[in-house]
Each structure stands twice: as C-alpha cells, then as structure tokens.
Design a protein around this ligand. Sequence first.
Ligand SMILES: [Zn+2]
Length: 90
Amino acid sequence: MAEDGTYDREQVYQEQYRRFMKMEVPPCTRCGSGTTASGQVGVIGITIRLAATCPKFKLIPNGPKPGEWFCNSCGRFFDVAYESREGGKT
Ligand SMILES: [Zn+2]
C-alpha cells in the first residue's frame, strides 16, 4: 500500500467537510436561528481545520459536550432531544 499520510489526511478532511456541510442541523431551541453546528470534542489536526473552515462544525477541547448542537447566533450549546423530553419548559 502506498503510505502517503498527507494525502490520506487531505482526503479524510474533504470527506468530513462534505459530510458536515450536507448535515441537517436543527434550528436553535433558544433563538430559532438556523446557523447551528454539530458539537465535536477533541482538538486534533483535522478537527482544528474543520472548525476553522466548516460553519457546521463546533469544536471544544474537552468533553463531555454541553450539548449535541451549537448555536452560532447565541453562542450556546443545546440538545434537541433533551428539550423535547422536557416538554418545552420556558
Ligand atoms: Zn441560538
């Protein structure tokens, strides 16, 4: 097998980028904004690059995640399943 680490990383990055850009993200449960992102944990090379380039990718250095999703408008994590289970408390 050809071991070209740089090429592999580039390919993985491209695949992940496409995956996140295609991902259906739920609107923010607090402000209703559609500019939300998937919350990801772990600062490694590829996640740093994705966080810098992909608007649907929100990176935090350490878990546990405060929520599955991150709202770019109010800057908070939220969790859709949690909110609906609570029965929409306000
Ligand atoms: Zn919001």
